[in-house]
Design a protein around this ligand. Structure first.
Ligand code: DGY
Length: 315
């Protein structure tokens, strides 16, 4: 008999076929309105595992409908809409896929840093529009790999960013809850001090209540007028109105963003600014990485049903 699995968020089609071949799927992701309640009523008590994603809210009310749940296999790195303490309290394990996307997201952080500082998008438009021919040389920009990279959150993604910045010859500092053992980059307990030291502030910390508004107006003020903010973490980590003001008033030079407070329709006051390079929360959006993330989700499920250790447990 195939085990019952709740699908709260789908994997890519090829991986759904594999999932379907191995498990009896209950497709909450496809159910609308009253059909959702009916599905939860019928299938909720049967499912020991669910496939989910960081875009899904998993709260106590949902968990109440899933009394047999032991594993939430999350296909994304982020899980900030999930009540992890409540899941842990109920003995429900969570796995995620951050190991699968580290390099892709770190690459995007560097791409955003370089593009913002070298004004790549504006320069591209300058060539296409013919302004180059009409107006002459594009203005000078700031060095792409400035002297000092300040990394907020030196987890696995932050460390991958640090490695890349080191290759570019940048000095590295970081902030976080505590110094990382065995890491010899400069540690700043306070992000304001880190921003005061850095030329580029790269944000790679998890989202959620603990980091909400961490990059505050005060942090942005500490960054120099030639400084750049890069955010590949979550929109909630940055005080976005303060960022818009800082970019507009030139108290910082530029920003490169993959994430926003309002997704998928970020604040038009932000998207209208010329000194910000924008990406649509798609740092991990390559075929290779998304395949790895889906595979990791399936492998965690398989390990769970085989009674083996989970590959990438969060709790
Ligand atoms: C993640 O995996 O958390 C990425 O941000 C994509 O949602």
């Amino acid at each position: 008999m195939k085990p019952d699995v709740l699908v709260a968020y789908p994997l890519m089609p090829a991986f759904m076929e594999e999932l379907e071949a191995t498990y009896t799927l209950h497709r909450l992701d496809k159910a609308e309105g009253p059909a959702r309640a009916a599905l939860m009523e019928k299938a909720g008590p049967l499912c020991r595992a669910m496939v989910v994603n960081g875009h899904v809210t998993v709260d106590a009310a949902m968990l109440d409908r899933l009394p047999a749940l032991e594993l939430a296999a999350c296909s994304s790195a982020g899980f900030d809409l999930m009540d992890l303490p409540e899941m842990t309290r109920r003995g429900i394990r969570l796995t995620n896929t951050s190991d699968a996307l580290v390099n892709e997201v770190a690459d995007m952080a560097l791409l955003l840093m370089l593009a913002a500082r070298r004004r790549l998008i504006e320069a591209d438009a300058y060539v296409r529009s013919g302004d180059w021919g009409r107006q002459g040389m594009f203005p000078l920009t700031r060095a792409g790999a400035a002297k000092r990279a300040g990394i907020v959150g030196l987890g696995n993604i932050g460390q991958a960013i640090a490695k890349r910045c080191a290759v570019l010859g940048m000095e590295i500092g970081y902030s976080g809850r505590s110094p990382k053992p065995g890491v010899d980059h400069a540690y700043f307990p306070d992000p304001v001090a880190l921003a005061g030291w850095a030329d580029v502030l790269l944000v790679a910390t998890p989202g959620g209540a603990a980091t909400e508004g961490l990059i505050s107006a005060e942090v942005l003020k500490a960054l120099s007028p030639e400084g750049t903010l890069v955010n590949v973490a979550r929109g909630t980590v940055v005080d976005e109105p303060a960022l818009i003001a800082a970019l507009r008033e030139g108290t910082i030079a530029s920003a490169g963003l993959d994430v926003y407070l309002n997704e998928p329709t970020p604040d038009p006051d932000l998207t209208a600014l010329p000194n910000v390079v924008l990406y649509p929360h798609h740092s991990s959006g390559t075929r290779e990485t998304r395949d790895r993330m889906a595979r990791m989700t399936l492998d965690n499920l398989a390990a769970f049903y085989a009674g083996k250790p989970l590959l990438t447990p969060v709790n």
